[in-house]
Design a binder for this molecule. Sequence first.
Ligand SMILES: Cc1cc2nc3c(=O)[nH]c(=O)nc-3n(C[C@H](O)[C@H](O)[C@H](O)COP(=O)(O)O)c2cc1C
Length: 184
Amino acid sequence: MDTPDALDTILTRRSIRKFSPRPVNSDLQKTLLRAAFAAPSAEDAQTKRIIVVTDRDTLDSLAVLHPSAGPAREAPLAFLICCDTSVTPQTIFWPQDCAAATQNVMLAARALGLGSLWCGIHPEDTREQAFMAAFDLPGMVRPVSLVIIGYPLQDFFDEERWEPKFVCQNRWGHPFEPVSLPAD
Ligand SMILES: Cc1cc2nc3c(=O)[nH]c(=O)nc-3n(C[C@H](O)[C@H](O)[C@H](O)COP(=O)(O)O)c2cc1C
């Protein structure tokens, strides 16, 4: 497998919803976890906690907890990314910390030739309660996202999404006009 460079990894990551049952070995699982914890964290509070889900019955049950988690019935792995809100220093930015970790896991997965799907939990209260009950989370541990992971049965591809109309320069309403520099 050719490993894409960092920019290609970002540009060709896509949500994958069809997975092979092929297991993801423990070295790759650890790499994905290292990527999660390498994410930026407000005040460096490191409140992230992750449940690695490999048990087949538990993976199969995820579709009952989340409307988009059907692909976990085929996938061999999922990460439940949570925040321990009792940790000090505490930060109001814990949802963003967990979102950054989620994105890091997905980008690392892409770089390793693995597919992933972000299933949003927080701030949907019903989903939070369902995951807290199913995974025995103590009250101070809040689930933020479920990431389903596995070898993809779909292709990765680049999709150009940025448009000049979505970008302003210096202040709202001023069109973005990049200036070429001589060194370019
Ligand atoms: C905060 C967040 C929550 C998401 N929740 C879901 C979800 O519940 N179900 C789902 O199928 N996809 C979910 N997604 C994935 C988006 O649908 C997907 O990223 C978007 O359609 C763009 O496609 P791409 O990931 O292939 O670029 C979520 C993405 C984000 C950032």
